[in-house]
Design a protein. Sequence first.
Length: 226
Amino acid sequence: MSVEGGDKTPQIWSNTQAYVMAVLCLLVGFAVGYLLRGSVGSTPAPVAQQQAMPPAGMGGGMGQGQPTPEQVKAMADKQAAPLLEQLKSKPNDAALLSQVGNLYYDAQVFPVAVDYYQKTLAVDPKNASVRTDMATALFYMSDFDHAIAEFDHALKDDPKNGNALFNRGIVKWQGKMDVTGAVADWELLLKQNPNYEQAEQVKMYIAQAKKHSNMKPGQKTDKPAM
């Protein structure tokens, strides 16, 4: 229904506002919008809950006992200590560097994760999985353009990297409101990887995103989002 003020004048929604509201409703109603880690054996990271969700095993929900960002980082630092000790004697060990990056990523301490992913890529610049993880962390930091640039780089090195295509589509859709670009990525993903593990999820994203393909950011409409 439309939102009305005291003078009964309907509120004017921009298509950008309508699009964002629609995506938020989809996130709540369909639990869509997670990105996949580039590393083998990693698990999805929910976009909709990322800002509020503590790492696994550290308490949950928004109630009493949720750790502060400082406490989360301190816990991650403690877990990383043995790996950091090994790095003192092997500072250019790409596997160790990426493990540290993954640890901080899983703790959702994304700036530190990005730092270690960058160090990994300085040693192993064509590691598309690590670059995908770094791009995903950049998305969570709201650095959408940088994230897309890193996904582009990963796909240049590994054109059929399914997770990079999957994630770039999510960032285009949710970060840049680029429905056409997102759908193109997902359709290419299904074409290149017909047996992709998340194929059904990708098809759902395509169907949902296409419902908003006529919304162009910046244009005005007298139609409310719902």
